[in-house]
Design a protein around this ligand. Sequence first.
Ligand code: GTP
Ligand code: MG
Length: 197
Amino acid sequence: MIIKSAAYIISNVDWQKCPAPNLPEYAFIGRSNVGKSSLINMLANYDKLAKTSGTPGKTQLINHFVINDAWYLVDLPGYGFAKVSQSQRRQWEQMIENYLRKRENLVNVFVLIDSRHTPQKLDIDFINQLGKWEVPFNLVFTKADKNTQAETSKNVKAFLNKLREEWEFLPQHFITSTVKKSGRDAILGFIDEMNAQ
Ligand code: GTP
Ligand code: MG
Protein backbone atom coordinates (compact mmCIF):
# COMPACT_ATOMS: atom_id res chain seq x y z
CA MET A 1 0.00 0.00 0.00
CA ILE A 2 1.25 3.46 -0.82
CA ILE A 3 0.34 6.12 1.72
CA LYS A 4 -0.74 9.18 -0.19
CA SER A 5 -2.29 11.07 2.67
CA ALA A 6 -2.57 10.82 6.44
CA ALA A 7 -4.48 13.29 8.57
CA TYR A 8 -5.57 13.64 12.16
CA ILE A 9 -9.32 14.05 12.57
CA ILE A 10 -10.51 14.07 16.17
CA SER A 11 -9.95 12.80 19.72
CA ASN A 12 -12.83 11.57 21.86
CA VAL A 13 -13.66 10.05 25.21
CA ASP A 14 -17.04 8.94 23.93
CA TRP A 15 -17.16 6.33 21.14
CA GLN A 16 -20.46 7.80 19.98
CA LYS A 17 -18.74 11.04 19.07
CA CYS A 18 -16.23 9.28 16.80
CA PRO A 19 -16.40 10.05 13.05
CA ALA A 20 -19.31 8.58 11.07
CA PRO A 21 -18.57 4.85 10.62
CA ASN A 22 -18.38 5.13 6.85
CA LEU A 23 -14.86 3.76 6.29
CA PRO A 24 -13.15 0.56 7.43
CA GLU A 25 -11.35 1.12 10.72
CA TYR A 26 -8.21 -0.37 12.32
CA ALA A 27 -7.32 0.28 15.95
CA PHE A 28 -4.02 -0.07 17.80
CA ILE A 29 -3.97 -0.99 21.45
CA GLY A 30 -1.57 -2.39 24.02
CA ARG A 31 0.16 -1.68 27.26
CA SER A 32 1.16 1.88 27.93
CA ASN A 33 4.50 2.76 26.28
CA VAL A 34 4.53 -0.39 24.10
CA GLY A 35 4.94 1.78 21.00
CA LYS A 36 1.44 2.26 19.56
CA SER A 37 1.84 5.88 18.52
CA SER A 38 5.33 5.24 17.11
CA LEU A 39 4.01 2.32 15.06
CA ILE A 40 1.16 4.44 13.70
CA ASN A 41 3.64 7.09 12.62
CA MET A 42 5.79 4.47 10.91
CA LEU A 43 2.79 3.02 9.07
CA ALA A 44 1.63 6.46 7.96
CA ASN A 45 5.18 7.50 7.13
CA TYR A 46 4.56 10.68 9.04
CA ASP A 47 6.73 11.28 12.11
CA LYS A 48 4.44 13.62 13.98
CA LEU A 49 1.01 12.19 13.18
CA ALA A 50 0.42 10.53 16.57
CA LYS A 51 2.09 12.00 19.64
CA THR A 52 4.76 9.71 21.11
CA SER A 53 6.50 9.97 24.44
CA GLY A 54 9.06 8.29 26.66
CA THR A 55 6.58 8.77 29.51
CA PRO A 56 3.82 6.15 29.66
CA GLY A 57 0.22 7.34 29.50
CA LYS A 58 0.72 9.89 26.71
CA THR A 59 -2.32 8.81 24.69
CA GLN A 60 -5.50 9.21 26.75
CA LEU A 61 -8.25 9.48 24.17
CA ILE A 62 -9.64 7.63 21.17
CA ASN A 63 -7.69 9.31 18.36
CA HIS A 64 -8.93 9.06 14.79
CA PHE A 65 -6.75 9.51 11.71
CA VAL A 66 -7.77 9.03 8.10
CA ILE A 67 -5.38 7.39 5.63
CA ASN A 68 -5.65 7.86 1.86
CA ASP A 69 -9.19 9.12 2.48
CA ALA A 70 -10.02 5.40 2.50
CA TRP A 71 -9.63 4.01 6.01
CA TYR A 72 -9.50 5.10 9.62
CA LEU A 73 -6.59 4.41 11.85
CA VAL A 74 -7.20 4.69 15.60
CA ASP A 75 -4.66 5.25 18.36
CA LEU A 76 -6.04 4.07 21.70
CA PRO A 77 -4.76 4.76 25.21
CA GLY A 78 -2.55 2.08 26.72
CA TYR A 79 -3.72 -0.24 29.44
CA GLY A 80 -1.80 -1.07 32.60
CA PHE A 81 -0.58 2.41 33.29
CA ALA A 82 0.14 2.48 37.03
CA LYS A 83 0.14 6.20 37.71
CA VAL A 84 -3.60 6.84 37.48
CA SER A 85 -6.33 6.61 40.08
CA GLN A 86 -8.59 3.58 40.29
CA SER A 87 -11.62 5.60 39.14
CA GLN A 88 -9.71 7.07 36.19
CA ARG A 89 -8.59 3.59 35.19
CA ARG A 90 -12.14 2.29 35.34
CA GLN A 91 -13.27 5.20 33.19
CA TRP A 92 -10.60 4.34 30.59
CA GLU A 93 -11.52 0.68 30.65
CA GLN A 94 -15.16 1.51 30.08
CA MET A 95 -14.28 3.88 27.25
CA ILE A 96 -12.15 1.24 25.54
CA GLU A 97 -14.66 -1.56 26.09
CA ASN A 98 -17.51 0.51 24.64
CA TYR A 99 -15.44 1.53 21.66
CA LEU A 100 -14.21 -2.01 20.92
CA ARG A 101 -17.60 -3.64 21.31
CA LYS A 102 -19.81 -1.04 19.69
CA ARG A 103 -17.84 0.53 16.87
CA GLU A 104 -19.55 -1.03 13.87
CA ASN A 105 -16.89 -0.27 11.22
CA LEU A 106 -14.02 -1.66 13.31
CA VAL A 107 -12.40 -4.30 11.07
CA ASN A 108 -9.45 -5.31 13.20
CA VAL A 109 -7.61 -4.50 16.40
CA PHE A 110 -3.83 -4.74 16.43
CA VAL A 111 -2.75 -5.73 19.93
CA LEU A 112 0.82 -4.60 20.55
CA ILE A 113 3.11 -6.67 22.73
CA ASP A 114 6.60 -5.64 23.81
CA SER A 115 8.87 -8.26 22.23
CA ARG A 116 11.51 -7.77 24.94
CA HIS A 117 9.48 -9.49 27.61
CA THR A 118 8.31 -12.97 28.46
CA PRO A 119 4.48 -13.37 28.35
CA GLN A 120 2.77 -10.87 30.65
CA LYS A 121 -0.53 -11.68 32.36
CA LEU A 122 -1.93 -8.24 31.59
CA ASP A 123 -1.56 -8.80 27.84
CA ILE A 124 -2.90 -12.35 27.95
CA ASP A 125 -5.91 -11.26 30.01
CA PHE A 126 -6.67 -8.44 27.59
CA ILE A 127 -6.48 -10.78 24.60
CA ASN A 128 -8.75 -13.32 26.28
CA GLN A 129 -11.21 -10.53 26.98
CA LEU A 130 -11.19 -9.54 23.29
CA GLY A 131 -12.00 -13.15 22.52
CA LYS A 132 -14.98 -13.11 24.85
CA TRP A 133 -16.21 -9.94 23.19
CA GLU A 134 -15.63 -11.51 19.76
CA VAL A 135 -13.53 -8.58 18.60
CA PRO A 136 -11.28 -9.56 15.66
CA PHE A 137 -7.60 -8.94 16.38
CA ASN A 138 -4.05 -9.91 15.63
CA LEU A 139 -0.73 -9.32 17.36
CA VAL A 140 2.19 -6.98 16.80
CA PHE A 141 5.42 -7.65 18.68
CA THR A 142 7.14 -4.27 18.97
CA LYS A 143 10.66 -2.95 19.60
CA ALA A 144 12.34 -5.92 17.94
CA ASP A 145 15.53 -3.86 17.54
CA LYS A 146 16.07 -3.93 21.30
CA ASN A 147 16.98 -7.63 21.30
CA THR A 148 18.76 -10.15 19.13
CA GLN A 149 16.57 -11.86 16.57
CA ALA A 150 16.91 -15.14 18.49
CA GLU A 151 15.75 -13.55 21.73
CA THR A 152 12.78 -11.90 19.98
CA SER A 153 11.78 -15.21 18.36
CA LYS A 154 11.99 -16.94 21.72
CA ASN A 155 9.69 -14.38 23.35
CA VAL A 156 7.22 -14.49 20.46
CA LYS A 157 7.11 -18.28 20.60
CA ALA A 158 6.61 -18.25 24.37
CA PHE A 159 3.75 -15.77 24.03
CA LEU A 160 2.01 -17.82 21.35
CA ASN A 161 2.46 -20.96 23.43
CA LYS A 162 0.87 -19.23 26.38
CA LEU A 163 -2.11 -18.25 24.19
CA ARG A 164 -2.52 -21.89 23.15
CA GLU A 165 -3.73 -22.61 26.67
CA GLU A 166 -6.95 -20.71 25.84
CA TRP A 167 -7.07 -20.52 22.06
CA GLU A 168 -7.51 -23.31 19.56
CA PHE A 169 -6.43 -21.12 16.64
CA LEU A 170 -3.66 -18.61 17.05
CA PRO A 171 -4.00 -15.09 15.69
CA GLN A 172 -1.75 -13.82 12.93
CA HIS A 173 1.27 -11.91 14.22
CA PHE A 174 3.69 -9.26 13.02
CA ILE A 175 7.11 -8.25 14.34
CA THR A 176 8.05 -4.58 14.13
CA SER A 177 10.73 -2.06 14.88
CA THR A 178 10.20 1.63 14.30
CA VAL A 179 13.95 2.12 14.61
CA LYS A 180 14.75 -0.34 11.84
CA LYS A 181 11.50 0.48 10.02
CA SER A 182 10.60 -3.20 9.85
CA GLY A 183 7.21 -4.88 9.72
CA ARG A 184 5.56 -1.96 7.95
CA ASP A 185 4.84 -3.64 4.61
CA ALA A 186 3.35 -6.73 6.24
CA ILE A 187 0.88 -4.72 8.33
CA LEU A 188 -0.10 -2.42 5.47
CA GLY A 189 -0.46 -5.48 3.22
CA PHE A 190 -2.86 -7.02 5.73
CA ILE A 191 -4.93 -3.82 5.87
CA ASP A 192 -4.94 -3.65 2.08
CA GLU A 193 -6.29 -7.19 1.88
CA MET A 194 -8.97 -6.51 4.48
CA ASN A 195 -10.02 -3.30 2.70
CA ALA A 196 -10.38 -5.22 -0.56
CA GLN A 197 -12.84 -7.70 0.95
P1 GTP B 1 1.18 5.54 25.39
O1 GTP B 1 0.47 6.43 24.44
O2 GTP B 1 1.78 6.27 26.54
O3 GTP B 1 0.35 4.37 25.82
O4 GTP B 1 2.49 4.92 24.66
P2 GTP B 1 2.59 4.29 23.20
O5 GTP B 1 2.26 2.84 23.25
O6 GTP B 1 1.87 5.12 22.20
O7 GTP B 1 4.17 4.37 22.95
P3 GTP B 1 5.01 5.43 22.10
O8 GTP B 1 4.82 5.20 20.65
O9 GTP B 1 4.76 6.80 22.63
O10 GTP B 1 6.50 4.94 22.43
C1 GTP B 1 6.99 4.83 23.75
C2 GTP B 1 8.51 4.85 23.73
O11 GTP B 1 9.02 3.68 23.08
C3 GTP B 1 9.09 6.05 22.97
O12 GTP B 1 10.24 6.48 23.65
C4 GTP B 1 9.46 5.45 21.61
O13 GTP B 1 10.51 6.13 20.98
C5 GTP B 1 9.87 4.04 21.99
N1 GTP B 1 9.66 3.07 20.88
C6 GTP B 1 8.51 2.82 20.22
N2 GTP B 1 8.66 1.88 19.27
C7 GTP B 1 9.97 1.52 19.31
C8 GTP B 1 10.76 0.57 18.56
O14 GTP B 1 10.32 -0.14 17.65
N3 GTP B 1 12.08 0.48 18.92
C9 GTP B 1 12.63 1.23 19.93
N4 GTP B 1 13.92 1.05 20.20
N5 GTP B 1 11.91 2.12 20.64
C10 GTP B 1 10.61 2.27 20.34
MG1 MG C 1 0.49 6.66 22.45
